[in-house]
Every structure is written in structure tokens, then in C-alpha cells.
Design a protein around this ligand. Structure first.
Ligand SMILES: *Cc1c(COP(=O)(O)O)cnc(C)c1O
Length: 404
């Protein structure tokens, strides 16, 4: 059974903690992780939660409790993970375009490090040689079909070291005696077709022959979750089966066992999150009926930034007649959450909920227009906990230095 919060639970949180508010459902995160674990039970699989999707310390602690590891893209995320109780070996540090000092800081903390640039690999080799096992992020240049979106694996991407530079990688690895323990790829978000992962895996197997001490292959993420009712979701069960088969063949042909690592972000937390706002005004213009809510793209940027679709419901009037609305925020710039959306009749003061708001929701919020960031609430075992206080006016001035 799929875990879900009820309208009554969301309304009760909105009444108690005010709006706008992000609400996360612990049991849904656990359910998603269990689904992945089951799907890959026949593989030697490890999961590293890509915490850039949602870093509240309580969520990190939950993820640890549920048995996953952590993928971090900045040294601050690494430190948050350590603070949440993850052991250094449970953390994978996958930064992009960082100063070598940030890599050194990760190494000093003892976490797994992913290197995605030739110059950094060279500096790493010169300084650490064989003393610290490392993972290399490759760009596999996967170009398949066109029935999916590739955003980080293509030829113009800034991520990873091109597989066509393998000769150069090998040169550095040999001359500085680097211990390459892992190979990594992450071809982007929302991959619908499991064959993309399998194609990537074949590229990784092919590259693996250059590294006799390899221990794992990391396929990154890209697991898609449904945002609309008829949306496809990555078929992880089928992917798990096929990956297990591919590894069995590889092990038989090459006589060595490798672990498979994944870095799910969205898959673990997206559906656990609900963003509840209040309808401030209904505005009828000559062409449109707008619902203006007490939030904006400063709180949930995905619709404006990615043209993302979030399902919206009026939880205060679930049996009202359906009408067509354009749902907008209060930011002084075009700020549209949804065009021409069918909602149960919205009255000023009603609560609306945005579904699938757990990933890249609060995490990408800002104080634009000097608006305050929303509160975050966690629901676990049916109980609501405030896990982040709403910003206060003083927070806007906290780091400003008044000199005049
Ligand atoms: C963002 C990111 C992920 C997570 O992607 P999702 O689509 O949220 O699952 C995983 N690995 C790396 C390196 C990333 O940058």
C-alpha cells in the first residue's frame, strides 16, 4: 500500500504551524527506499541518498536510520551528513568545479571522493598517490533514441571526464600510482527508459578493464517519479533484474565481483513532500481567473525554473464544483505555478496543496522580495514535528553589515 498523508492531516498542520509550510512524510521515504532495496536485492547494491534534494538534518537522520548512505555535492553537505551521524565511509562526495582544497577537505574527513576533472585527478595523484582510494566520474556520452532527456551525460556537459580521455586518465593513474576504487556516471534526471542505465552500465564495464583494483561502479541517479496522474515512473523492479543479469554475465566473463552504487535523490523524497499554501486572493480578469497564493517561486521554483508540473488540490473544499484557474504566486515578476488548472472551487482563505514537493522544493527556496522562507514539518508515526522554524524578519538582516 502506498503511504500518503490525508487532507485532514495537512489541514491540521496548516492550522497549527501556519502557511506556507512544507510537510514531509517519514513512512513514504522508508517505502521508497524499501522499493529500491527490493528491486536490487539480487545485486551487490548500495544506495547513497543525493541529499541536495532535501537536506534538513532530520531527513538525513531518517535516511540513515532506514539504512541508506549519503551522496553530497559540497563540503557543507558532507559536514551535515557527519553531523547527522553518518560514518565517513557512508558518505560519497561528488563535487563539480570545486577548488582542490575542497577535495582535500573531504579526504581529511575520510569520505569517499569522486573526481570529475583531469587537472584535479593529476593534483590528487601527485599529493595522495596510492594512499587514498578514489572514484572517477566519467562522462559516458550516452545518446540514445531521443525518447528521454539527457542533461549531464551529453557531449556539451560540464560533468565528468570524457570516456574518450581514458588514455589520459590511465597515464595519470599509472604515473602517480592512483588506487581507482570506483567509476561513476550520472546522466541526468528523470530517465524513463531503463535501457539508458543498462547502456551506461555496459560503458562502465568496458572502462572497468583499465582498473584492476576497481571495487564498485556507481550509476548515479535519474530515477523518475510520477508528477502527473498518467506519468511514467522508472521501472526499478525491471531495472534491478536486468542489472543483476548484467553483473552475473560480467562476473562470469571477468572473474571479479563489483558492487553497484546508486544515488537516488528525487526517488526517495519527492513524493514524501507536500507544500501547503493559502489562497490570498481570487482575481477575475477579462481572460482568466487567478488564484493568488501566499507563496511564490521563492519557495517552490520548479514550475518556473524547469516548467515542472505539480499536482495541486484545494484541500479546504474537496467537494466544491470544479473550475479552471491559473495559480500564481506573490512575487513581483511573472510567477506562475500552473496555467488553466482544474481545481475544486477556490475561496479566499482556502488551503491548496502542491504534491511531490519533497525534492528540490524547500532546498531551492530563497528570500527574494524579502519574503520569509517557509517552515518545515515532519510527520512520523502519525505525529507532527516542526523541523524548521519559519524565517523571521530578523533573519533578513542577519548577515548584513550596517555601515551607514
Ligand atoms: C542531483 C544528483 C543526483 C540525484 O538526482 P535525482 O534526479 O534527484 O535522483 C545524483 N547524483 C548526482 C551526482 C547528482 O548531482
Amino acid at each position: 500500500m502506498s503511504q500518503q498523508l490525508t487532507k485532514e492531516q495537512l489541514i491540521s498542520v496548516a492550522n497549527e504551524y501556519g502557511t506556507p509550510v512544507y510537510v514531509y512524510h517519514a513512512e513514504k521515504i522508508e517505502e521508497q527506499l524499501n522499493e529500491l532495496t527490493n528491486a536490487f536485492k539480487d545485486c551487490n547494491a548500495k544506495f547513497f541518498y543525493a541529499c541536495k534534494s532535501l537536506t534538513n538534518i532530520n531527513i538525513l537522520k531518517l535516511i540513515k536510520q532506514y539504512g541508506a548512505n549519503l551522496d553530497c555535492v559540497s563540503i557543507n553537505e558532507v559536514n551535515l551528513g557527519l553531523k547527522a551521524g553518518f560514518a565517513p565511509k557512508q558518505i560519497l562526495f561528488t563535487p563539480n568545479c570545486v577548488d582542490f582544497e575542497e577535495i582535500e577537505a573531504g579526504i581529511a574527513l575520510g569520505v569517499n571522493v569522486n573526481i570529475d576533472n583531469i587537472s584535479l585527478l593529476e593534483r590528487f595523484g601527485n599529493k595522495y598517490g596510492h594512499t587514498y582510494p578514489v572514484c572517477i566520474r566519467l562522462n559516458p556520452h550516452i545518446m540514445a533514441g531521443g525518447n528521454f532527456k539527457i542533461s549531464t551525460g551529453h557531449i556539451d556537459s560540464k560533468f565528468g571526464i570524457s570516456i574518450h580521455q581514458m588514455r589520459h586518465i590511465e597515464r595519470i593513474v599509472k604515473t602517480t600510482n592512483i588506487h581507482v576504487a570506483g567509476l561513476h556516471m550520472h546522466t541526468g534526471s528523470e530517465i524513463k527508459d531503463v535501457n539508458v542505465f543498462l547502456q551506461g552500465l555496459e560503458v562502465m564495464f568496458d572502462m572497468a578493464r583499465h582498473f584492476p583494483k576497481l571495487e564498485f561502479i556507481d550509476l548515479g541517479s535519474g530515477f523518475k517519479v510520477p508528477y502527473q496522474d498518467d506519468d511514467v515512473k522508472t521501472d526499478v523492479a525491471s531495472l534491478g533484474k536486468k542489472v543483476a543479469e548484467a553483473f552475473a554475465v560480467y562476473e562470469k566473463e571477468n572473474g571479479r565481483k563489483l558492487e553497484i552504487w546508486f544515488e537516488p535523490g528525487k526517488f526517495l523524497v519527492s513524493e514524501s513532500g507536500y507544500f501547503v499554501v493559502k489562497a490570498n486572493v481570487i482575481k477575475q480578469t477579462t481572460a482568466t481567473v487567478f488564484v493568488g497564493v501566499n507563496s511564490g517561486f521563492n519557495h517552490l521554483i520548479r514550475p518556473m525554473f524547469y516548467e515542472a508540473y505539480h499536482r495541486i488540490e484545494n484541500i479546504s473544499n474537496p467537494n466544491g464544483p470544479e473550475r479552471i484557474y491559473t495559480v500564481v504566486g506573490n512575487i513581483c515578476e511573472t510567477d506562475t505555478f500552473a496555467w488553466d488548472r482544474k481545481l475544486r472551487e477556490v475561496r479566499e482563505g482556502d488551503f491548496l496543496v502542491f504534491y511531490n514537493a519533497g525534492a528540490y522544493g524547500f532546498e531551492m527556496s530563497s528570500n527574494f522580495n524579502s519574503r520569509l522562507k517557509p517552515a518545515e514539518v515532519l510527520i512520523k508515526d502519525g505525529k507532527a514535528y516542526l523541523i524548521r522554524k519559519r524565517d523571521e524578519f530578523a533573519d533578513l538582516l542577519k548577515n548584513q553589515v550596517e555601515v551607514l
